[in-house]
Every structure is written in structure tokens, then in C-alpha cells.
Ligand binder design. Sequence first.
Ligand code: ADP
Ligand code: MG
Length: 702
Amino acid sequence: MPRPNPSSSGPAASPARQALVKLGLTRDIDLALHLPLRYEDETRITPIKSARDGSTVQIEGEVTASEIQMRPRRQLVVTLDDGSGTCELRFFSFYPSHQKTLAVGTRVRARGEIKGGFWGRQMLHPAFRKAEGELPAALTPVYPTVAQLPQAYLRRAIASALTRVDLPETLPPGLEPPLARFDRQNGLQRPWSLREALFFLHHPAPDVALATLEDHSHPAWQRLKAEELLAQQLSQLTAKRARDRLRAPQLRAAGETALHEQLLAALPFQLTAAQRSVGEEIARDIAASRPMHRLLQGDVGSGKTVVAALAAAVCMDAGWQCALMAPTEILAEQHFAKLIGWLEPLLAARDKRVAWLAGGQKKKERAAMLEAVASGEAALVVGTHAVIQEQVRFHNLALAVVDEQHRFGVAQRLELRKKLAHLGLEPHMLMMSATPIPRTLAMTYYADLDVSTIDELPPGRTPIVTKLIADSRKDEVVERIGAQVAAGRQVYWVCPLIEESAALDLSNATATHVELSEALPGVSVGLLHSRMPAAEKKAVMEEFKSGRMGVLVSTTVIEVGVDVPNASLMVIEHAERFGLSQLHQLRGRVGRGAAASACVLLYSTGDSGRLGETARDRLKAMAETTDGFEIARRDLEIRGPGEFLGARQSGDALLRFADLATDTLLLAWARETAPRMLDGHPQLAARHVERWLGGKADYLKA
Ligand code: ADP
Ligand code: MG
């Protein structure tokens, strides 16, 4: 009979088998890499007499009594005698099979927490089995699993995979990971092999220091983590090298009359030194025939848009198209307005125009835009996800700018990169983000990405003061709003998004709108929420931008990119429900002009009267710093890299074993080793990546 194939999920597949597939445990190597959460010690029998009260032990003895008692409730009570003493096993739920195995006269092993009460020793619901065969020599693994996949089934599947799995050494001699501290203490000359490490971690010897397994400091863990980090670095480096072999259009500015120079001259301000230097980095990149793959990071308000516009100008000057994509229509529209303001007059003189593509567009308008994009008449294309849709054909897209890149998925960036395939070329990619990537993350997940950082704000900004205020003091806050508006300033009031219910979300914002309108007579209070028609949103934004509207109540739609320098107060209601980077983004909407600005984080402790720990950490971080890098670092600390990376998760390529915060030495080793391995041992490198990432490697390449 052929061995059943775990990846077959046809109608005959059992629920357990289906669960294996769902957990991604299809290949032998996947099973071998599915490591225990913890272990149970079934290697020893403890005499009942010497078992300490409250300890978890395994005992073995003969059943001397077995009866069903009805008081205080129905239960099976079994007495076990091992010669040193007796112990009662109690079961409140049980089946006839329990009674059969636990019949008087049988020898039984039971494992559980022992309690020594007045009535003698007992165990509640212990695990038990007939005492036969030898005791296991190793600890028993307990694997992470799901309800449909019983632990025993999973154990068998993994044990059997371990007997088959092929684990040839992929690390060439001389390139082994550094010896762990533990190894050195024991005078070992070489680190563990992967094979040794895996076999050990599934079935460790009972004398192991359990703490070293728990905190993953054991050399077996070190080996595994080193392998994982290396696989990830290899795959990133492979992607980078593959990209380096691709060809992109060379974009160079055309001297004095260039669009780039004209745009610089038309700007109402001087570039900051940081803007100039990242601008030069980008200019160098796009002048080369190798496609740029650069992340431009800079805090909210640091002026990334101008830098992107200048790069776009070079691109258009060279006769190529540029696309700019933003995650929301409001943000995209802002870019559109600003870029039009700056560029349209200059483009018009060259018979070119700016095109706009977004979901809510009228058919006819959209058709006209698509036409302009296809013919090349539109030198600049701005919009939302609509820009990368199938029907959008570019004449010659050479530079793609993605704003708030973390809000786009990998798949979407891949789509953009395909838009120049008809010319056998690859466009340059500039990704922008106000959420800086902490250094360790940049080194691992974005190892193939060049990073430019704008590390200063334009001059004349005043720091934002952040206050945490309990929502019981909302009245005072409303008063303060009145004073701000009277002083000619404008105010944002942000209502939280209620995930479970968009309707509730809206009614909440609507209620706040009514409440504030009543509390602030004579002040124009507007409302903006995500389900308003685009035209209406635009009208409200216009009112606010013009300064006629004093207060803007909004759901999180204003989160990114809105730019109204006269707004000096931001109130965020239920701030405890927001993520840290989201709060930081929101706060960045104020402090854009010269006026002193403030951000009030209204929080509610709900029925418990206390804030949760992570909520408290987040709010504290907000009050303590306005530095985006520091915020990002703390965000990473609070949330862990998994969530931080968001969309990347869909690639499921996150580190499972290594921890970027603590495994810095291994990471440094992996970074150093990857290029040497790719150069000197390409086949081993390929095998290594295949083992660890299987089919997932593609996702790391976008
Ligand atoms: P972000 O980096 O958050 O996208 P923006 O590009 O929206 O920032 O810029 C924020 C504001 O600062 C805009 O109004 C922009 O015109 C203005 N700005 C950009 N660069 C400068 C500068 N060098 N000096 C003064 N204002 C600037
Ligand atoms: Mg921006």
C-alpha cells in the first residue's frame, strides 16, 4: 500500500490530516521543524510516598479499588497502590473505557499534579495508561496544535517524519555558525549539526536544563536559529542579485532647462539638507541601468513628497512616465493637488499632463485617463490601488513611487514591477514610509532594500505637546477646543474605528459630531468618515483646508498625509484602541505650521477601571516622545516583529525561531555568511533556502 500523502486533501482525507495541511506540515522537513512548545517528563516513576504536594509526577501502581461515587457529584474514584503508599485518581467525566483500563488488579501509570489532603493523596483527571513496556528515555514533546489534530497523532506523524527526513549538512566547512556559550563551557569543538539539534529538540535527554530549552539558548536552538537566519539572508541576497541583473531605464536630468530645476525654483521653500542628500541618492540610483529598490523613510511632515516629486521630474524629463500610488483616496488626492500645483504648469508647457486613477471614478473620466496613460500623454499618474489594475497599460513607466508602503501588500508591489515588462525592462521603485523600520528589521526583512532617511524636519516647526487625559474630563477638552478656535486655529477630533461594526463606528462619529456642534455654538464643525461618497469627502476637506471649518470630526480616514498647517490641536478619542504607529501618524497631522500644537489622547478605562498593559505602554510612549524612530522601536518592542511587518505576514516568511532582539550575534553571522555561501557554494545555498522556505521564498523578493 502506498504511503498516504499528507498533502492530499481530497474527500478521503481525515480531519487530522487536513489539519496538518492547514498548518503547513506537508513535507517531512516541515514536520521535523515543527518544534515542541514544552515537554513532559515520563522518564521517571516517583514513589507515591515521596511525591511532594503540588508537584507534577508520574506514579505507577496496582488498582486496588474502583468505584463510582455519587457525592458530592458523580465521579469515578480509583485507588492506586505502589507499595510505598496509595493515591486516589478522580475523574468527573469518564467513559466505560476508563473503567476498563482502570479495573481492579491492573497495573497503571498515571501522570498529573499530586495533592496531599487530609483524606490522603489524590490526582484530579490525571493522564493514565496501562503500565507496560519500558519507560521512555527522553522527555515527551508537547507540540503546538489545533483541536482537529490530536497530540498523539501529531507526535506519531513527527516521529515518523524524523525517521525519513533527509538532513544533509548544507553549511560548508569553515562557515559554521559561532559556538554557543553553552558549547564553549562544555569544551565542545564544533556547534551542533542540524540533524543533532532537531533530534534532540524533539526528544531531549531528561537531564537537560529545561530553562535553556525554554529561552532557546540551548546550542540545539542556536543551531536552528542560525540556520533560519541564514536561509532568510540567502533568499534576500538572491533576490537582490536577481534584481541587479535586471535592466531599468536610465533617468538623467537634462541640464539647466530641466523640469527638475524649474520645480526647485518654483517651490516656496528651500530644501532641507536631509532632503537634498536623499534626493541625490535617489538621483544616482535612477541614473543607473540597475532598477532602484529604495525605501525613503522620514517622520511625518519631514517632506518626503517633494523629494518624490523631484525624482518624478527627472523621470519625466527623460521622456518616461512616473506613477505615484497612495493607500487612500484622500491621501492620493492630496498628492494629486500638490503635484498638480507644482508640476502641471511646467508639464503643460511640454504638452504633458497628470492623470488621476481611483476606484470611485466615473466610467467616462476613467476611460479618458486610461487612454492618456496608455498613449504616454500623461507623464505622471497618481492614484490609489487603481493604478496597478490589470487594465492600466502604461506607455513607458520608469519610476513607481509607493507612499505609505507598509499599507500595501507584497503582491501589489509585484504588480507595479510588471508594468514595464512589455519593454523587457523593470521600473525603478521608490517606497516611502513615515514608520521607520528599526535597524534590526531593516537588516533582516529588508536586507535587499536600500534605505534613505530624512532625519530632520523643515525649519520653523514647533514641537507637539502630548497630553493623556481620562475621558471623564472630556468637558475640559471641549472648552480648550473652543479657545483654540476663538484664537483662529483649527482642530481635529478623531473617533476610533470600531472593527466589529462599521455601522457603530459611524454612529459613534455622528454622535460626537452632534455633541461637539451643540457644545460649540457658532463654530463650524464638520464630519468626515470613510463611507461618505468621494465628492462629499472632498468638499468637507476643502472647507477645512480653507479655514472656514473650525473643527473636523473624523474617523481614521485622515490618518495619513492630510496637510493643514493651521490645525494645531488633535484630539484622539479612545486612544487606547489605536496602535502606536497609527497614533503617531495621527499626531503628525498637527504641528505642521509655526503655531504651538498639542495632541490630546483621551482614554477610557472601560468597566475594569484600568488600562490594559499594552495600551498603557503605547500611551506612555506617545507622551514621552515625538521621535518616529523611537516610536517605531517601542512599537517593535510592544508588538513584536510579526505584527510590525503587517503585510509581509501573508508571505508567512517571518522568523519562527530566531528573535531579532536577542539573536544579534547569529544575525551578524548570517549576514556575513550569506554572500560567501552564495559565491562559493551556490548549490548548497539553494538547498538551504529550499529546506527552510520551500515555496515561500518568492514572497521575500518583492
Ligand atoms: P511627509 O514626509 O509627511 O509626506 P510632506 O511631504 O507632506 O511630508 O510635507 C509636509 C509639509 O512640509 C508640506 O506642506 C510640505 O510642502 C512642507 N515642506 C516640505 N519640505 C519643506 C521644506 N524644506 N521647508 C518647508 N516646508 C517644507
Ligand atoms: Mg506623506
